[in-house]
Design a protein around this ligand. Structure first.
Ligand code: COA
Ligand code: AMP
Length: 653
């Protein structure tokens, strides 16, 4: 790549067309999305742009037929992008780089599609993909889309029990996996985790296809396990590439599990056409990226950001996407992101604030940044957790490009609010996640469901119907979908985020209203962790809260009350509890702190005062709740935290 590229700046002073476009979508949603839908190729045009009587709150593009893989791959080859890089795989943890052109990607997805067909996978069958950040994982996702199978990618940092619960829910015909993942300090054998998961799950897939990686070779179980390379090569040698199947616009493209308030994960269903249309719209309008440009989302394909912005959106748009198997720091240093930006000419980078905090800690002066020519970069996008204004200001000053915070959820599949740089960037204040994207009618509600005035905190809710791309339901849990999202505020989708809106319409997302915590941009359920703690034979009761962490934003902290008569020391039990969470939820939970206390603070009606416990742990001012049963219990929590090195404040008067 050439040095000293001229940066195409996006002029914040240029008038933005955002308000006009938002108003147009608001006044005529069907007209707006009908026009947006022209950006994709249809096998059969939809009969209805929106049908309100379909599904729980209506469905988009009913009656249409299309194929996501065709739109992400085949049509770009037909349009002359065959020699353009589709995927730039960059893996500092294995020392590997690979460029895959659109033509090569087409050949691979045709072949992997044939491999799936050889295993009897048909349209509508589920395929679980439990793989690290390797190109084969992307081929697999696209190949599923190609034949109309429904993929469900499971993040590699989850433990076997989490994988098992997803397998039991999705009931895949086939599991695609790899022998191992590679973390900076260790190789993580995936195959034993898969074997353990399949021993735990009631559902047994017909076959598991294992990609053997040179870092660790897995033993294959005769009958059930197949070797990826052998199967792929057989399909390729037979020239048995498959063509794209016509898929219904409202058929599921994938299921992606996300944390709920219990240990049972929620299978977010993504439909086919609405998702494609929304993602395509977002690439130019929100991210300001054009076909042929290099876009990099430094996330993982196991998360929604990876699904939408490593795989589908950039490829549907005809961009080049970077698939990075590494970390922001330690692979080899805090200059890794800037090396990738410079090497490939990345125009837009999307990451989580936690990654920037990790970089800032190691390279506060940005010396490693200056060592690279990052002049291609036009915008840095942040999401996944609240972006603290300090980190945003640091990044903006060091990079010299706009840093855009935007807010979304696994459920929505694309941003609910942001600063649409492609439409002309708006003057969004620091700490705000910007303005609602077209189709999202966001209100801030009080407990009774009334819209509150500007600057007042409340529950953030989206008026129904939601725009294309958002979840139509939860996989085989329609009642849970209605109960979780649509019941508390009739006519709205409840985001379970709390926040406010300023008089200019900018949204501020401040935290969750449920027990979800955000650990290094990863969404985790404290309720799920409590289920693990409670299953320890010596634990009488427990509470898990998220406490502030300088790098990860939040980390879990568990309090346990031991059963009467437990003779073993609390240290030993605490160590066992930490190991149990790692074993059952996974290392990604970063659960390292279990604290034994003699009782938990509760209200008179028996509710554990988790919110106040969190404030104490975070050193924030807190007030004694009027409903507390025994005021002495909070002092005991504070004492226990002090012994673990927490700096605390006194309660507010
Ligand atoms: N497979 C197996 N294990 C994994 C894994 C994977 N795909 N991803 C993470 N893990 C493990 C790690 O090895 C680590 O294990 P350890 O406890 O043995 O060290 C644990 O899970 C926690 O990992 P991680 O969250 O990556 O924390 P870290 O301390 O290794 O690194 C950061 C800290 C901030 C650098 C890292 O969290 C990061 O890059 N965050 C950005 C997250 C992001 O992009 N999220 C997407 C939302 S948009
Ligand atoms: P996930 O479904 O894993 O993408 O997590 C979604 C949750 O992360 C949201 O409900 C928010 O709580 C949080 N989140 C995501 N993006 C932001 C953001 N830009 N600002 C504040 N919180 C965010």
């Amino acid at each position: 790549m050439s040095k000293n590229r001229a940066r195409t700046s996006i002029d914040a002073a240029a008038p933005s067309t955002y308000r006009e476009i938002y108003a147009r979508a608001d006044a005529d949603p069907e007209g707006f999305w009908r026009a947006a839908a022209k950006s994709i190729e249809w096998i059969a045009e939809p009969r209805d742009i929106f049908e309100p009587s379909r599904g729980v709150y209506g469905r988009w593009f009913v009656g249409g037929l299309c194929n996501v893989c065709y739109n992400a791959v085949d049509r770009h080859v037909s349009a002359g992008r065959g020699t353009q890089a589709a995927i730039l795989y960059d893996s500092p943890v294995t020392g590997t780089k690979r460029t895959i052109t659109y033509s090569e990607l087409l050949a691979e997805v045709r072949t992997i599609g044939a491999m799936l067909r050889d295993l009897g996978v048909e349209k509508g069958d589920r395929v679980v993909i439990y793989m690290p950040m390797v190109p084969e994982a992307v081929f697999a996702m696209l190949a599923c889309a190609r034949i109309g199978a429904v993929h469900s990618v499971v993040f590699g940092g989850f433990a076997a029990a989490e994988l098992a619960s997803r397998i039991d829910d999705a009931k895949p015909k086939v599991v695609l996996s790899a022998s191992c993942g590679v973390e900076p300090a260790r190789v993580v054998p995936y195959k034993p985790l898969l074997d353990q998961a399949l021993a735990l799950s009631a559902h047994k897939p017909e076959a598991c296809v294992i990609l053997q990686r040179p870092q660790w070779e897995a033993e294959l179980q005769p009958g059930r396990d197949r070797d990826w390379a052998a199967m792929r090569d057989r399909a390729a040698a037979g020239g048995r590439g498959v063509d794209c199947a016509p898929v219904g616009a409202t058929d599921p493209l994938y299921i992606l599990y996300t944390s709920g308030t219990t240990g049972k994960p929620k299978g977010v269903v993504r439909d086919t056409a609405g998702y494609m249309v929304a993602l395509h719209w977002s690439m130019e309008a929100l991210y300001g990226v054009k076909p042929g440009e290099v876009y990099w989302s430094a996330s993982d394909i196991g998360w929604v950001v990876g699904h939408s912005y490593i795989v589908y959106a950039p490829l549907i748009t005809g961009c080049t996407t970077v698939l990075y198997e590494g970390k922001p720091v330690g692979t080899p240093d805090a200059g890794a992101f800037w090396r990738v930006v410079a090497e490939y000419g990345v125009v837009a980078l999307f990451t989580a604030p936690t990654a920037l905090r990790a970089i800032k800690k190691e390279d506060p002066e940005g010396r490693l940044m200056s060592a690279h020519d990052i002049s291609s970069l036009r915008t840095l996008f942040l999401a996944g957790e609240r972006a603290d204004p300090d980190t945003v200001r640091w990044a903006q000053a060091k990079l010299g490009v706009p840093v855009v915070d935007h807010w979304w959820q696994t459920e929505t599949g694309w941003a609910i609010a942001g600063n649409p740089v492609g439409l002309g960037r708006l003057p969004v204040p620091a700490g705000s996640t910007g303005v609602p994207m077209p189709g999202y009618r966001v209100d801030i509600l009080d407990e009774a469901g009334h819209v509150v005035e500007a600057n007042r905190m409340g529950a953030v809710a989206i008026r129904l119907p939601m725009p294309p791309g958002c979840l139509p339901t939860l996989w085989e849990q329609k009642e849970r979908f209605v109960e979780t999202y649509l019941t508390e505020f009739p006519g709205y989708y409840k985001t379970a985020d709390a926040g406010f809106r300023d008089p200019d319409g900018n949204l501020f997302i401040m935290g969750r209203t449920d027990d979800i915590i955000n650990v290094a941009g990863h969404r985790l359920s404290t309720g799920g962790m409590e289920e693990v703690l409670a299953s320890h034979p010596d634990v009488a009761e427990c509470a898990v809260i998220g406490v502030h962490d300088e790098i990860k934003g939040e980390v879990p902290c568990g309090f346990v009350v031991l059963k009467a008569g437990v003779a073993r020391g609390p240290d030993e039990i605490e160590r066992e509890i930490v190991a149990m969470v790692r074993e059952r939820v996974g290392p990604v939970a970063a659960f390292r702190l279990a604290i034994t206390v003699s009782r938990l603070p509760k209200t008179r009606s028996g509710k554990i005062l988790r919110g106040t416990m969190k404030k104490i742990a975070d050193g924030e001012a807190w007030a004694m709740p009027a409903t507390i049963d025994d005021p002495g219990t909070l002092g005991e929590i504070a004492d226990a935290l002090k012994t673990r090195g927490f700096a605390l404040t006194a309660p507010a008067a």
